[in-house]
Design a protein around this ligand. Structure first.
Ligand SMILES: C[S@@+](CC[C@H](N)C(=O)[O-])C[C@H]1O[C@@H](n2cnc3c(N)ncnc32)[C@H](O)[C@@H]1O
Length: 228
């Protein structure tokens, strides 16, 4: 089994020797890869749906790793108890759903050493949730796969909220700028392209909602251009 670049990058953020849970594991590729490499010794694989969990069980069985895992059926981190794992991966879901999963069992979300989150949409909403609910964003990484750029957010609960000096940092994580992520300019260019496409679509049209959209898009394009 060969991991895709997105999954490999997520796996690379797990700390060696830590107990890791993969929530919404589906195929189970990340924990199986980490266990095969000896990077981790124990993993909990969880999914809310039976089909994906059985996929993961098959993958674990084929790799003769059944004695190193626990497979759990259930939603989010509700399947975990405090101190069962050190790090948690939640990848391939929407940013709002990820924040809801963290909120559903805060005693676990608050107690783990690291959360590795890879939202597919609403990344800004997830950053907003994290920074306004006592989480520190420790790191952020971009990874490209099939022309799409994915965002990975590494975070931990500290109890202290973070004030962002500009809302644009919900859209483009501050760590990506601090780290001078190699994909940053391409990532921002794609966003500018998205907002310019919106402007093109509404070109020549008017109306309260449309005018607001135009104003917002122009404002964000200006902010994004200043980040490059
Ligand atoms: C698109 S797949 C992502 C699989 C893998 N994590 C990845 O990044 O490639 C989303 C998985 O999340 C599972 N899922 C959706 N909602 C969930 C929830 N509330 N709790 C746990 N798993 C969930 C789905 O059943 C599915 O297997």
């Amino acid at each position: 089994m060969k991991l895709t670049d997105r999954l490999l990058k997520i796996a690379s953020l797990v700390t060696k020797g830590k107990r890791v849970a993969d929530i919404g594991t589906d195929h189970g590729y990340i924990p199986v890869y980490l266990l095969n490499k000896g990077h981790v010794e124990f993993s909990i694989l969880a999914d809310v749906n039976k089909g994906p969990l059985e996929n993961a069980r098959g993958e674990v069985r084929n790799n003769k790793l059944l004695d190193k895992v626990d497979l759990r059926l259930g939603s989010g981190i509700e399947v975990l108890e405090v101190n069962e794992v050190d790090e948690v991966i939640i990848a391939g879901m929407g940013g709002i759903l990820i924040s809801e999963l963290l909120e559903a069992k805060t005693e676990v979300a608050h107690s783990v050493e690291k959360l590795i989150l890879q939202p597919m949409q609403a990344q800004d909403e997830l950053r907003k949730y994290l920074l306004n609910n006592g989480y520190e964003i420790i790191d952020e990484v971009l990874v490209k796969e099939d022309f799409r750029i994915y965002e990975i957010i590494v975070t931990k609960y500290t109890g202290k909220n973070t004030v962002v000096e500009d809302e644009i940092y919900y859209e483009v994580g501050r760590k990506l700028i601090e780290n001078k992520d190699p994909l940053l300019n391409e990532f921002i260019d794609k966003k500018i392209f998205k907002y310019k496409s919106i402007l093109n679509k509404i070109d020549g049209k008017t109306g309260e909602g449309i005018d607001k959209k135009r104003e917002e898009s122009l404002y964000i394009i200006d902010k994004l251009e200043k980040l490059i």
